[in-house]
Ligand binder design. Sequence first.
Ligand code: ATP
Ligand code: MG
Length: 213
Amino acid sequence: MPITLALSKGRIFDDTLPLLASAGIEVLDDPEKSRKLILATNRPDLRVVLVRASDVPTYVQYGGADLGVAGKDVLIEHGEEGLYQPLDLKIARCRMSVAVRADFDYASAVRQGSRIRVATKYTQIARQHFADKGVHVDLIKLYGSMELAPLTGLADAIVDLVSTGSTLKANNLVEVEHIMDISSRLVVNQAALKLRREPVRALIDVFGKAVGA
Ligand code: ATP
Ligand code: MG
């Protein structure tokens, strides 16, 4: 069995390719053109599987993949237990933030101790953040388009990933708190690390050198 690396389509796949290329590893199919979910590489002992971003930790944890690349956001939300995270790959960088409608006075709502309705896909990160601050919140779980929630009255605030801020701006939202910086990590199955030590270590080294370079 080749070593299996789990990636998600889009920015993680796109940003991981150059790291592999620095060690001469090429993925032989383009996921934007092919419908294949298992992609060969120019190394017969390494293949890539394409999974949903939020499924990468699950594949790696249960051995469906030996290694994977996942955002810190996804790892925290999934739970990090049982996943070895040897490297911050410093790709897909963004930040987790609290944002509100430009006309909502967040600071005074917090000061007054009001209950704040917060819509987010990232309920673990949001729950922990507001608990640390001692702010009372009602969390509303969403799966996408968080920006819409404050505009429709579904919520007072959102917790979402921000990179340039242009999506917030386009929707008349402002960032009021920075929760944490986010980047993608290499995650490794703990059994693979023991049972397939040599090839797994070699691949971790490939990533380590690429990030250092
Ligand atoms: P899905 O599209 O399957 O629901 P997703 O939206 O989390 O999942 P992507 O948009 O590919 O998937 O994001 C993958 C990872 O990239 C995220 O988990 C996050 O760590 C990071 N990311 C998300 N948005 C941005 C952004 N705007 N800029 C940089 N990195 C980002
Ligand atoms: Mg997305």
